[in-house]
Design a protein around this ligand. Structure first.
Ligand SMILES: [Zn+2]
Length: 98
């Protein structure tokens, strides 16, 4: 019967299409697992950043027609120039519910 570690390892290899190969030692195996986990976190982050998020508290300057909103990272972004936050790269959704 597989222990939890073996099960997790099998799953990781399965979802990443990782080929079974011989490792010199446990350290190498752990290093590879850590790299795969890091990769998954990295891609999750990229995906979240590419999914447009509504800026917080969109403010309009009616006189000049400008609009500003705040990104989740705290940066104030100009609606008409930025589809992405220029600090953290988060995609922004400027659509507003009437
Ligand atoms: Zn940001």
């Amino acid at each position: 019967m597989m222990n939890k570690y073996e099960e997790a390892w099998k799953k990781i290899k399965y979802v990443t299409n990782y080929n079974v190969r011989a490792f010199d030692d446990d350290d190498e195996e752990i290093k590879v697992i850590q790299e795969l986990v890091d990769k998954v976190h990295y891609y999750k982050k990229l995906e979240a950043r590419a999914t447009p998020m509504k800026p917080i508290d969109i403010k309009h300057d009616k006189l000049d027609g400008f609009a500003f909103g705040e990104c989740k990272c705290g940066t104030v972004v100009d609606k008409f120039e930025n589809e992405f936050c220029n600090r953290c790269g988060q995609a922004l959704d400027w659509s507003e519910d009437e």
